[in-house]
Design a protein around this ligand. Structure first.
Ligand code: SAM
Length: 240
């Protein structure tokens, strides 16, 4: 085990996430693929091993510190980019049935390659805009948990993500240092989309010590038919 893998394993173990040698190997392969494909396409600005493990891998898995992943069967990750948070969550919790949605096909092709190379089962990578995919019966009102990290402000994000959650399911929005203003701005979108804010969790990354927040929203009822509006509108003209 290299020093990065040692702290990564230990810190996750302290949080109740035990990684087997196979899972550690999957993270290592994911890292290698991320760095090598990043030379040909824009996947991440962070490539140093230590930083990728902290700011992408560990940061993604922090969702499980606040939400019991063993109670979650299906998870949709909207605007997953290079696979965050869904791929680290899937490696750590192999029972999850994961759907990844991203509007950039190059990133979907990368993720399909990652899924195959890591031997991950029950991961579907969908190319399309969340506004369109969230209208399809297979994905609408369907998932236990929906995630999004670094995609948009919460008011617009609610409209992109909540249609995927089942009634009684959750949308977990992974945010940076100070989401208070966004949360205030998103109040009306929650009412319109039949959802309520349950809790905002705070954490710090272990070495960089930067602040992170995870906003947990519960979907109270099925999404009204008019949402999401046509592609582009939720982020250009958010419900505020
Ligand atoms: N979640 C990743 C992370 O934390 O590193 C990626 C964040 S990246 C800044 C935002 C991603 O959202 C991009 O890959 C982009 O293609 C995708 N995206 C933006 N708008 C979208 C939409 N309406 N539907 C689906 N994907 C979208």
């Amino acid at each position: 085990m290299n020093p990065t893998e040692t702290w990564f394993t230990q810190l996750l173990q302290e949080k109740g996430v035990a990684l087997s040698p196979l899972q550690l190997q999957q993270f290592a392969t994911y890292y290698e693929l991320l760095v090598s494909w990043n030379e040909k396409m824009n996947l991440t600005g962070i490539t140093e091993r230590e930083a990728v493990y902290e700011k992408h891998f560990y940061d993604s898995v922090t969702l499980s510190f606040f939400m019991d992943m063993n109670q979650v069967k299906s998870l949709a990750d909207i605007g997953s980019g290079a696979g965050f948070p869904s791929i680290p969550l899937k490696i750590s919790f192999p029972h999850l049935k994961v759907t990844i949605v991203d509007s950039l096909n190059k990133r979907i092709l990368f993720l399909q390659h990652v899924v195959e190379a890591l031997g991950l089962q029950q991961v579907t990578c969908v190319h399309g805009r969340a506004e369109d995919i969230g209208r399809l019966p297979a994905h609408r009102d369907a998932y236990d948990v929906v995630t999004a990290r670094a995609v948009a402000r919460l008011s617009g994000l609610n409209e992109l993500c909540l249609p995927f959650a089942r009634q009684g399911g959750s949308f977990a929005s992974m945010k940076g240092a100070d989401p208070a203003e966004e949360i205030a701005e998103a109040k009306r979108s929650l009412v319109e989309l039949k959802a309520k804010l349950v809790k905002t969790h705070h954490l710090k990354l272990p070495f960089e010590q930067s602040d992170r927040h995870i906003i947990v929203i519960e979907k109270l009822n099925t999404t009204p038919f008019k949402y999401p509006r046509k592609a582009g509108l939720p982020l250009k003209q958010p419900i505020i």
